[in-house]
Structure formats: structure tokens, C-alpha cells
Write a protein that binds this ligand. Structure first.
Ligand code: CA
Length: 292
């Protein structure tokens, strides 16, 4: 089967584009440039992108039920009023995080926000995956993480997929939605070093697991039984995450990075860091909202 065209959706050239999430009510893709501390609001229909500087690294953003966004920021969690640009702290992480920052995050079906940390020097470990409840409580759920990265839940609601990039794997947990707890962690897919490092992921409306391979220049789709179904080659080497969007939820948006590229590589990949789009013929699921 020939590969559908991967098109440049927005020539953004972010340093570390990440965290795409489709905001259907406003027909826009929310995504972040982590170290630049920027939240981008891209409206594909108008072809325009509004940028909000939040004054600190921003690992991930999610939609709030009451409007605006919730952000994973170095000290914990904060809200962003996208009309005024005002950032307001909501909760701090339970322990001090001197050499770490927040990374990828996503809301579950009960309206909690999950986001994890990573060491600034990526090999040090000491990161964790946290659960932030709408009531304001922050709980460390998965300790001992190197680079907390992509996560999403299976179609049947029984499993949570999770990437600690340092492991070179996607893992899967049993998932208890009512309690907001995970158990029975085991490997789902293991990536050899030459395939790249697993990064952000999303689960589509048929249960397929899409993962961006950092340094691997590709997006892979796995069936729920963990067999490889499809591979999309990217025009740049460092895709970071992916999410379905567009009016029919059939556009797969892929964020990418240029932060890891040498000057030579930047010259060879001038579009690195930009936002790409492909229509793979599968529908995505609408994202969950933070319930407070
Ligand atoms: Ca990531």
C-alpha cells in the first residue's frame, strides 16, 4: 500500500514541538514548544497560528471543561486563559524538582490530567508520572521514570499505554478508571535503537496505537495485539507526538523538533520543528477534558 502524503501543515520550525490536542469547539490544534514556553493555537481552516508565551517551559497542554487550558509546567500544574494569556498556578508537584521538568501529558475519561517529569540531563532518572485530580490533589503514580512521555488509553477502557522513553518501549498497564490507578505493567512494543526512541502516542477510534519515533523519522501504528500495522515515513528525523484533528477527526497531526539537530542536519531538514499532517484513513477519538 502506498503511503498517503505527509504534508506540511504549518511551517513553524519550533525547537521542540509537542503535545498536539484537537480543540473541536474552536476548530484549532493546540500544541506546545516546550523549552520556548510557548502554546500555539493553529486554525487549519484559516491557516493561522496564534502563539501565547507562558514564561516557563510547558510540557503539555490539555483542554478544560470550563474553557481555556491546563498546563504541565516545571512547578506543577497551571491554568492558561487563552483570551487574556494569564497563567495561574493550580497545584505544585509533591516534591521539589530541581533538575527536572514536566513533559508529556493527557486527560483521562474521568477528567483527570496525567503528566510526567524527566531529568533535564535525560539520563539521570528520578522522573515520575503524576495524576492531577480535578479536586486539586497531585499523586505520584509511576515513580522511577527516565523520560516520562506519551500516554493514552485503550478503546475498551481496560488499559493504559505509557512510554518511558529511556526504556525504549511502549508499556501497557491494566487501568482502573474509577480509582484512577494503574497496575500490572508489562511491555507492549520494544524498539531497537535503530528504529528511534518512542515518544508521544495516540490511540485511534479502532484501537490502533500511533507512536512518534524520535530520531527514527517515522510514525508507527500498532494493533491492540501489539503487531505492527503501518509505518509512515516523515520528511524530518525527529517527530515527537501525534494526535487526530480536523472537522472529521481524520487528520493525523504530527509535531516535530529541531532541538536535537546539528547545524548540518538543520540545513538538510529546513522544515524540522514544523507541524505535519497526514490522512491515514482512520478516525481519531475526541480528546478528554480536564473536569475543573
Ligand atoms: Ca515527548
Amino acid at each position: 500500500m502506498s503511503q498517503p502524503r505527509v504534508e506540511l501543515a504549518l511551517d513553524a520550525r519550533a525547537e521542540l514541538g509537542e503535545g498536539p490536542v484537537w480543540d473541536a469547539a474552536n476548530e484549532r490544534l493546540v500544541w506546545v514548544d516546550i523549552m520556548a514556553g510557548r502554546v500555539h493555537l493553529f486554525r487549519p481552516k484559516a491557516g493561522e497560528c496564534r502563539t501565547l508565551a507562558v514564561g516557563r517551559p510547558v510540557g503539555a497542554a490539555a483542554l478544560r471543561a470550563g474553557g481555556g487550558l491546563i498546563l504541565a509546567v516545571p512547578e506543577g500544574f497551571a491554568s492558561l486563559d487563552v483570551e487574556t494569556g494569564v497563567v495561574a498556578p493550580l497545584a505544585a508537584l509533591p516534591e521539589p524538582q530541581p533538575d527536572r521538568r514536566m513533559n508529556d501529558g493527557k486527560c483521562d475519561a474521568a477528567g483527570r490530567f496525567w503528566a510526567g517529569t524527566m531529568a533535564l540531563d535525560e539520563r539521570a532518572g528520578g522522573g515520575a508520572l503524576y495524576r492531577f485530580d480535578p479536586g486539586g490533589q497531585v499523586t505520584s503514580i509511576v515513580p522511577g521514570v527516565t523520560v516520562s512521555n506519551g500516554l493514552d488509553w485503550s478503546l475498551d477502557g481496560r488499559h493504559m499505554y505509557y512510554v518511558d522513553s529511556g526504556s525504549g518501549r511502549i508499556d501497557v498497564f491494566d487501568w482502573d478508571l474509577g480509582a484512577g490507578l494503574v497496575s500490572n505493567r508489562r511491555p507492549f512494543v520494544h524498539f531497537p535503537a535503530q528504529a528511534g526512541v518512542p515518544d508521544g502516542l495516540t490511540v485511534d477510534a479502532e484501537g490502533g496505537v500511533w507512536v512518534a519515533l524520535w530520531g527514527g523519522g517515522a510514525i508507527h501504528r500498532y494493533r491492540p495485539d501489539s503487531t505492527l500495522d503501518r509505518v509512515f515515513l516523515m520528511p524530518v528525523s525527529h517527530p515527537t507526538s501525534c494526535a487526530f484533528g480536523g472537522p472529521d477527526l481524520r487528520d493525523l497531526y504530527v509535531t516535530t523538533a529541531r532541538i536535537a539537530l546539528s547545524a548540518e542536519e538543520r540545513a538538510r531538514q529546513p522544515e524540522a520543528g514544523s507541524l505535519f499532517r497526514v490522512r491515514p484513513g482512520v478516525r481519531g477519538r475526541p480528546p478528554n477534558f480536564f473536569a475543573a
